[in-house]
Design a protein around this ligand. Structure first.
Ligand code: PEP
Ligand code: MN
Length: 357
């Protein structure tokens, strides 16, 4: 059973709902979001009925949820959730592009990448400062210095930043530095302690799919974040492991409509890590938008052969600009727009557009 409180419900009505659930011998889980509080009853729900709660003050509605994931289930929240990042909507009519390099390298690289992202029409910028690498001897990321480079480069074009958090000990630093969107990578999708911690903060989270995670496991991972009170979650399909070795991962396009049915959360797609090759990105990105993705996360680099990480899959600025033109048409064909008009477009502090090409 989930009890949805009215947005302005105070502590007294919340306590009354809790007491009523406990009186029936069930446990209580309270998820205090920025918009509203959701109260879950844990245990044998057959003792409860929605009518027991819907007459209490401050209660908007109550319902049984049959799915194992509750707060993220579309079963209770029919409308699609729109996650706003500094006013930029993810999950609405617009399809949002998040672009940037795999990893933050140097100041000139980041400035050129930010210029290319903005010139192509991306509304957010990505860049890894803390990298989860298969080899301990590979470049591990530029760390805090890298985070600052990402921030500075993106700020020139008013682009909010998306960057991966691997270690819970860095969360305070991310908050202090004003990271706009916390990315949880494929390797950490089931790092439950990390999920619990990002569940406590009021910063949007991009939750990437574990490389071998089933849809149900992925949604339960999202539920961990929502249960902590952070309801600003964006799911990101990035390809899964199969028997196929001809490409890096298999983009699970089927997951997009399936997730749209199962959850109210926005769904974006990372075609770069799915295909692992730059030449595959355009086809996979187009398929994703056609299948209903709410956004894309794409790796670009001013000089891909020189990239310190994931060089094979990075698009050049020119390739990125061409991709955006193509995606505009695909988005239009499915009744959406690329980027949309909503949300502030901050005037770049200092335009330094580099030649695209
Ligand atoms: C990334 O986005 O840079 C990344 C490491 O992706 P994933 O977690 O999907 O492998
Ligand atoms: Mn990468």
């Amino acid at each position: 059973m989930i009890v949805v409180m009215q947005p302005d419900a105070g502590e007294t009505p919340i306590a009354a709902v809790e007491a009523k659930i406990r009186a029936e011998g069930l446990g209580v889980h309270v998820s205090r979001g920025t918009e509203r509080t959701l109260i879950g009853a844990i245990g044998d729900e057959r003792k409860l009925s929605p009518a027991m709660f819907e007459t209490l003050p401050g209660v908007e509605r109550a319902m049984h949820i049959l799915k194992p994931y509750k707060l993220v289930a579309r079963e209770w929240h029919k409308a699609s959730t729109i996650v706003r990042v500094r006013g930029i909507p993810i999950g609405g009519e617009a399809v949002q592009m998040i672009a940037g390099p795999c990893s933050v390298e140097t100041e000139p690289q980041m400035r050129a990448a930010a210029a290319a992202a903005a010139a192509g029409g991306a509304r957010l910028m990505r860049g890894g400062a803390f990298k989860p690498r298969t080899s301990p001897y590979a470049f591990q990321g530029a760390g805090l210095e890298g985070l600052k480079l990402l921030k500075d480069a993106a700020a020139r074009y008013g682009l909010p930043i998306v960057t991966e958090l691997m270690d819970v000990r860095m969360l305070d630093t991310f908050l202090r530095e004003g990271v706009d969107v916390i990315q949880i990578g494929t390797r950490n999708m089931q790092n439950f302690d990390l999920l619990k911690e990002v569940g406590k903060v009021d910063v949007p989270v991009v939750l990437k799919r574990g490389m071998s995670a089933a849809i149900g496991e992925w949604l339960m991972a999202a539920e961990y974040i929502a249960a902590g009170g952070n309801h600003r979650i964006v799911l990101c399909e990035r390809g899964i492991r199969t028997f196929e070795t001809a490409y890096r991962n298999v983009l699970d396009v089927t997951a997009i409509p399936m997730l749209k049915r199962e959850t109210h959360l926005p769904v974006i797609v990372d075609p770069s890590h799915a295909g692992g090759k730059a030449w595959l990105v355009s086809a996979l990105a187009s398929a994703a938008v056609a299948a209903g993705a709410d956004g894309l996360l794409v790796e670009i680099h001013p000089n891909p052969p020189q990239a310190w990480c994931d060089a094979d899959q990075a698009l050049t600025p020119a390739e990125f600009a061409a991709l955006m033109r193509k995606l505009s048409a695909v988005a239009e064909a499915v009744g959406r727009t690329l980027g949309g008009a909503e949300g502030p477009r901050v005037e770049p502090a200092q335009r330094e557009d580099l030649p695209i090409g």
